[in-house]
Design a protein around this ligand. Structure first.
Ligand code: C2E
Ligand code: MG
Ligand code: MG
Length: 287
């Protein structure tokens, strides 16, 4: 009996695994096509200064408009893009598209804000990343200080000379560096000590729980303390309600990003937001 059970389990496992492999291969193929047919789009989510209510930045977030599936969110395809290496060409598209878009906002006179782009460790540790980015900035003529790169702390940052040279080169170019999900992973205090990181982002989970759990509020307070003593801005993401906003303000958090202020929106929507940011009707001022 035990034997046949074992075999059943074995077969079940195999079938399941093949399914995964198949799915991944299918997705990889679709992603390649998506790149070729330009099915990716960027949405932009605004960030607001918590003291003045002024819009101070945005985060670019990729979406995939699949002709059959509709709008696909990054959590459903970025992991496969990272595993397959397709994140390299996709990431280059994201960087170039962001630079082009900010350039268009500049040209239209609609006072753009710096935009943060998420980059994976695969991209950031690629030997040609810095030159590739420098080329994109050159081609698009965008001043580097309009661009920020966010990398997550959830993935271990390599402690190699090559990686440190990359970070320094990016800082020298004038590109801002942001540590995403700060406090959830391998807290890179040594990175903070050696590099002019421009901002720390607090994970949504802490912001969500801060109103119910004093420990989460304490952790946020500690992160703000670290950031401020190193002259970095601290950004809270996933701000969804007034209570969270009030607590973050009381803790002197600098910047907020979340549904309370505005959802990620397509380029047209964000252009609209930029054009109206100074006439007092923006959500940031109401909040
Ligand atoms: P992230 O960097 O943590 O981005 C913030 C995510 O939180 C976004 O999800 C955003 O839509 C969502 N969000 C914003 N405000 C709120 C809120 O108030 N409440 C809640 N519940 N969620 C909120 P999205 O767009 O689905 O992106 C998911 C993740 O995919 C990002 O997390 C980022 O890690 C990754 N990603 C997005 N675009 C890119 C990209 O171009 N390249 C790479 N490598 N990763 C990307
Ligand atoms: Mg991010
Ligand atoms: Mg996240």
């Amino acid at each position: 009996h035990a034997k046949s059970n074992g075999r059943d389990n074995y077969q079940f496992f195999r079938a399941d695994m093949n399914d995964c492999v198949m799915q991944r291969l299918l997705l990889e193929g679709s992603l390649r096509r998506a790149l070729k047919h330009q099915e990716f789009v960027l949405h932009y989510q605004p960030q607001f200064d918590l003291k003045s209510g002024v819009m101070t930045g945005a985060e670019a977030l990729i979406r995939w408009r699949d002709p059959e599936l509709g709008l696909v969110y990054p959590d459903d395809f970025i992991p496969t893009a990272i595993e397959s290496g397709l994140i390299l060409p996709i990431g280059r598209w994201v960087l170039r598209q962001t630079c082009i878009q900010i350039g268009m906002w500049l040209e239209a006179g609609s006072q753009p804000v710096p935009v943060a782009v998420n980059v994976s460790m695969i991209e950031l540790t690629h030997p040609l990343f810095v030159t590739g980015l420098a080329e994109i900035l050159m081609e698009t003529g965008l001043p580097a200080n309009y661009l920020k790169l966010e990398f997550t702390e959830k993935v271990l940052t390599p402690d190699t000379e090559a990686f440190h040279r990359t970070l320094q080169a990016l800082i020298d170019m004038g590109v801002g560096l942001v540590i995403d999900d700060f406090g959830t992973g391998h807290s890179s205090l040594s990175l903070l000590r050696h590099y002019a990181i421009s901002a720390l982002k607090i994970d949504r989970a802490f912001v969500h729980d801060m109103v119910t759990y004093p420990d989460d509020a304490s952790i946020i307070n500690a992160v703000i303390g670290i950031g401020h003593s190193l002259k970095q801005r601290v950004v809270a993401k996933g701000v969804e309600n007034q209570k969270q906003l009030m607590m973050l303000r009381a803790q002197r958090c600098d910047t907020g990003q979340g549904f309370l202020f505005g959802r990620p929106q397509d380029a047209d929507g964000f252009t609209n937001l930029l054009m109206h940011q100074n006439d007092g009707t923006s959500q940031g001022k109401q909040a």
